[in-house]
Design a protein around this ligand. Structure first.
Ligand code: ADP
Ligand code: ZN
Length: 350
């Protein structure tokens, strides 16, 4: 039955270029485009949704080189309405492209990821108004009857970097985003860090730069890394949109100080082999990464004799290999992992 579904899915995918051209833009989406028409038929058709603070990106395809369609829906305070729009897109894509075989949901958090928890699949805290207690997996996942991968947006992005991007063949690495928020997907010994919950390194408190007393904007902690270095924090401190702040403003180095302090902690805590730093702020302002590398080396102050920190810091703290696609492809990576796990458990049963 599943084999038949897979065959149908691939056939539909092969027909997709002509159909995808008929995609309508009348669905409230920010963008609705066919990214690549060709399909890799040997791979399962997957669907992913990256739920972000400002927009939710949906995509369908088999991997980074074979995306049939991608679309973004604004994340409104009306979670039910946002999820309804996403569900409509997924339903329409099923009709156009055939059944997808797994779904990945990569969401802003904090999330309940505890297997067996009554709240599994939900956003657990009111970090974004209107979204606390919203059951993402229940609303989007279970309805399609396919394996569902669910994790944080940054863990998804880290897994995508490990699978297709700048962390291939590494077992210990981190993906950090500096955008509307600051988040880190931390992979240790080949697995995302998970204990009583997922890690939330963006909210770590840091040693402040001497003389810098600005209180930060995190609703929970004030001057945690997110409260100091996220796009909204930088904008609040400057009194300007982050986009409008000149490149030579000292504020970029202050943001880099907070990020550098977090990287210092990460190096000492789980010793990643590489740290990939993306997100809208760092992508637009590459000088931040240059400051972060220098400030990291200064902060560690010769304590570790590692090539990563001496000669190779430019290759150690780097932009994501997948660039701005790391987040959306993270949702697809979660789908790919869910599909692989379902196939493996099937093989075990047989
Ligand atoms: P999200 O975190 O919601 O996924 P992004 O990673 O795209 O979104 O980051 C959005 C943040 O990036 C916003 O706070 C925005 O102000 C900031 N940003 C966008 N463009 C620039 C720019 N040119 N310079 C500095 N910050 C920018
Ligand atoms: Zn915080």
């Amino acid at each position: 039955m599943r084999e038949r579904a897979a065959r149908e899915s691939r056939k539909a995918a092969a027909r997709a270029p002509a159909r995808a051209a008929k995609l309508s833009s009348a669905d409230g989406c920010l963008e609705h485009r066919r990214v690549r028409p060709s399909m890799n038929r040997s791979q399962p058709l997957l669907c992913g949704v990256e739920l972000g603070g400002t927009k939710c990106v949906c995509l369908i395809g088999t991997g980074p080189e074979h995306i049939l369609a991608q679309t973004a829906i604004p994340t409104s305070a009306d979670a039910g309405e946002t999820l309804r729009q996403i569900a409509d897109v997924l339903r329409r894509w099923q009709q156009m492209h055939g059944a997808f075989l797994a779904l990945g949901l990569a969401s802003f958090g904090p999330l309940d990821l505890r297997a067996g928890s009554r709240a599994f699949g939900q956003i657990t805290s009111p970090a974004k108004p209107g979204w606390a207690g919203v059951d993402i997996v229940g609303r989007l996942g279970r309805v399609h009857g396919v394996p569902v991968g669910f994790n944080t947006d940054v863990i998804g992005a880290a897994l995508a970097e490990g699978r297709w991007g700048g962390a291939r063949d590494l077992a210990d690495f981190a993906y950090m985003t500096v955008g509307t928020g600051v988040g880190v997907g931390l992979v240790v010994a080949g697995k995302p860090v998970f204990g009583c919950t997922h890690s939330e390194l963006g909210h770590v408190r840091i040693a402040r730069r001497p003389g810098d007393l600005w209180p930060g904007i995190c609703r929970f902690h004030g001057d945690c890394v997110e409260g100091l270095a996220s796009g909204p924090a930088i904008a609040a401190r400057a009194g300007l949109l982050a986009e409008d702040i000149p490149d030579d403003n000292p504020i970029w180095e202050l943001a880099a100080h907070a990020i550098g302090q977090l990287v210092h902690t990460m190096v000492l805590a789980t010793a990643p082999q590489r740290i990939l730093v993306g997100g809208g702020v760092v992508q637009a302002r590459p000088q931040i990464l240059r400051h972060v590398r220098r400030l990291l080396v200064e902060s560690l102050n010769g304590y570790l004799d590692l090539e990563e920190l001496t000669g190779g810091v430019d290759r150690y703290v780097v932009p994501p290999g997948l660039g701005a696609r790391a987040g959306p492809l993270g949702a697809l990576a979660l789908a790919a992992d869910a599909y692989a796990a379902s196939q493996a458990s099937r093989a075990t049963v047989i």
